[in-house]
Design a protein around this ligand. Structure first.
Ligand SMILES: [Zn+2]
Length: 353
């Protein structure tokens, strides 16, 4: 009986497989258990996705795009028991973790808590990673993702998007400034990175029918920022210790977009994160008395858009739930003030000119 699905990272088709724990590795076989398809060394395996909400968070081998989803609950428990690094697969998660993390963070303020944090759990501790390190990491990742594409310099347009982004973050109680970078060109996308960095592509602005649609997408990304989703994703993919090395030493430790796509994988938000960001986004717009119907109308028009390129794997298109479901969840009345004044919206549309 098949109990797991395996994506080899090359073909977008899941294969039903058998899985068993070896002494120092995870062995992925065909369903019959006779042919070995892959062997993943224990030290290289990570649990991706939201382990608190997702029933079967995918396993990854670090540095590879291959994924393994174990649907069989009993098998998940067995593996979690057999291999310590898979402990997150076992349910239920301990309720004591958040309290320990808070205690750890307080203590850490005095002793430099990073080494403590490693033991507590990457997802919980991620928000406590010192902000300047988060920002340094975010800036590094932004550089990787943006590559050679030029950044737009229109002052009034940047002031308008930055003003809105910061008002939204402030309404959420986020204690740090938001830095918006507008990239000239495509894809039609936006994403949030550690350290309050938001990347917005001008193709998205061009495709939006109104400022409220851009505001809706931005509010969604602010939702990711205030929940620290990107640093959590990176911590989960690479481990806090490896992230620390990347932040203090060389960013290249994390690999590049082109090599294995592990950065993209880490930044890909799971179902629960997308739902949280959607909900938080519209909530923040409403809190500021702004029109909150933009994200649903934008999603609606983009429903048929298919993004097969790598950049399309992350950002607003990385959702697992069908977009129709997200449209329904984010639909709001057209009441409220426009997010941008007419003059601001004109400036935003001309930000790259
Ligand atoms: Zn998102």
């Amino acid at each position: 009986m098949a109990s797991a699905r395996y994506y080899d990272g090359k073909v977008a088709i899941a294969r039903e497989v058998g899985v068993r724990a070896g002494s120092h590795e995870l062995i992925i076989t065909d369903v019959a258990g006779t042919a070995v398809l892959a062997r993943w060394p224990a030290a290289e395996i990570g649990v991706l996705g939201d382990t608190e909400h997702e029933k079967a968070p995918p396993l990854v081998r670090r540095g590879e795009e291959a994924r393994l989803v174990i649907e069989d609950g009993e098998l998940r428990r067995q593996l979690a028991h057999a291999m310590p690094m898979l402990a997150a697969l076992a349910k239920p998660r301990s309720r004591a973790v958040p309290r320990i993390a808070l205690f750890g963070a307080t203590l850490a303020a005095a002793v430099g808590f990073f080494w403590l944090a490693i033991d507590v759990g990457s997802s919980t501790i991620a928000p406590y990673v010192p902000y300047d390190l988060q920002h340094r990491l975010g800036a590094g990742v932004a550089g990787e993702l943006i590559g050679q594409q030029p950044l737009c310099q229109g002052r009034a347009g940047l002031a308008a998007v930055s003003g809105l982004a910061n008002r939204l973050a402030e309404a959420a109680g986020y204690p740090h400034p938001i830095e918006v970078r507008v990239v000239k060109g495509g894809p039609v996308n936006a994403f949030a990175l550690p350290g309050g960095i938001m990347v917005l592509y001008s193709d998205l602005i061009d495709r939006a029918r109104s400022g409220n649609e851009v505001a809706g997408v931005m509010a969604h990304e602010i939702g990711h920022v205030v929940h620290y989703h990107s640093i959590k994703g990176l911590a989960r993919q690479f481990g806090i210790d490896q992230l620390l090395k990347a932040m203090t030493g060389g960013f290249s430790d994390l690999g590049t977009i082109g090599q294995g796509g592990s950065l993209l994988l880490a930044l890909r938000n799971g179902r629960a994160f997308e739902r949280d960001a959607d909900a938080t986004g519209v909530e923040l717009l409403e809190k500021l008395g702004l029109r909150a119907d933009g994200v649903a109308s934008f999603f609606e028009r983009m429903l048929e858009n298919h993004h097969g390129d790598v950049a399309g794997m992350i950002g607003i298109w990385s959702s697992h739930p069908p977009t129709a479901e997200r449209i329904k969840a984010t639909r709001r009345p057209s009441s409220g003030k426009p997010a941008f004044t007419d003059a601001e919206w004109t400036a935003v549309r001309n930000v790259c000119k």
